[in-house]
Write a protein that binds this ligand. Structure first.
Ligand code: IPD
Ligand code: CA
Ligand code: CA
Length: 302
């Protein structure tokens, strides 16, 4: 990890410690409680948030903390950590080993209104089951287990692996199932793996080519957004506007087919007919033509 990182080295130690704690709870088993109809919480979520809160306060005593399990401390300061102590609680509670700790640091200029965003400056996401640590700092790049990350080079939705998620509150109100259907039929597949923070980390590392979701919270997205941006990708709302931490919509991609995705969202929201889904023969022909065009461009450029 480069020594020029300012915050993530210390924050990574904290994320690893919280992750080790989650791993132990996961192995031992925990009782699940309900926060809402299908919104789960466990002692692991709360214990990990307490640990993160205490450690952040020791290492960065001036920094504020805004955590999913209720921590609200020093929110009038210049720096604020958005903490999801356990992203992927439903997975965790069912013994499905896909979850993480997510810590995103925002720098807020003096005088910023409470509903205005500052700048995301540092990100740490730790997957304790795979021992994978994703980190980034604004202008200093992004790394996974010490290795520089870059988004994928996939040029269009038809050749992309994408991801989404569904809210655990008011899920009957979510329109996302319609988007899920369309994207499933027009891509290599849609993964719904159950951790928005890891979905974003996977877009950053090129394992996924795009991700979208409705109604996430700042603790789900703060770290992942910076990972994607520092890995060369793009993050907006569904209209292409700037993503805000309290946005109801997030669209992240490798940037290469972001415009195509925005066109889709625009058509679906407007109820316009989408292009018919290509037959396998049409898809094969289209891909052949695209590769030929790409190859002739490469030859012409060399
Ligand atoms: C959830 C996960 C999930 C997403 C939900 C989130 P939690 O967070 O990120 O992937 O679809 O909308 O609430 O509750 O496991 O921290
Ligand atoms: Ca979450
Ligand atoms: Ca959580």
């Amino acid at each position: 990890m480069p020594t020029e990182f300012v915050w993530v080295n210390q924050a990574s130690v904290i994320a690893r410690e919280a992750g080790a704690q989650l791993r132990k709870f996961f192995t031992d088993g925990v009782v699940t409680e309900y926060k809402g109809d299908v919104d789960l919480v466990t002692v692991a979520d709360r214990t990990a948030e307490t640990l993160i809160r205490e450690r952040l306060a020791e290492v960065f005593p001036e920094h504020g903390i805004y955590g999913e399990e209720g921590t609200r401390e020093r929110l009038d300061g210049e720096f604020r950590w958005y903490v999801d102590p356990l992203d992927g609680t439903t997975n965790f509670a069912h013994g499905f080993p896909h979850f993480c700790v997510s810590l995103g640091l925002e720098q807020r200029a003096c005088g910023l209104a409470h509903d205005e965003d500052g700048r995301l400056v540092a990100a740490v996401i730790y997957d304790p089951m795979r021992d994978e640590l994703f980190v980034a700092e604004r202008g200093r790049g992004a790394r996974m287990n010490g290795k520089q990350m870059h988004v994928s080079l996939v040029p269009e939705l038809g050749e992309a692996l994408v991801a989404t998620g569904f809210p655990s509150r008011k899920r009957h109100d979510s329109p996302n199932i319609h988007f899920y259907q369309e994207f499933t039929l027009r891509s290599h597949g849609v993964r719904r793996a159950g951790s928005a923070a890891l979905d974003l980390a996977y877009v950053a590392s090129g394992r996924l080519d795009a991700f979208w979701e409705f109604n996430l919270n700042p603790w789900d997205t703060a770290a992942g957004i910076l990972l994607v941006e520092e890995s060369g990708g793009q993050v907006t709302n569904f209209s292409g506007g700037q993503y805000r931490l309290n946005s109801n919509e997030i669209l992240a991609s490798n940037g290469l087919f972001h415009a195509e995705l925005l066109g889709f969202f625009s058509d679906l929201f407007a109820g316009r007919n989408l292009h018919p889904i290509p037959t396998p023969q049409e898809f094969a022909q289209h891909r052949k033509e695209r590769m030929a065009k790409q190859f002739s461009g490469t030859v012409a450029a060399s």
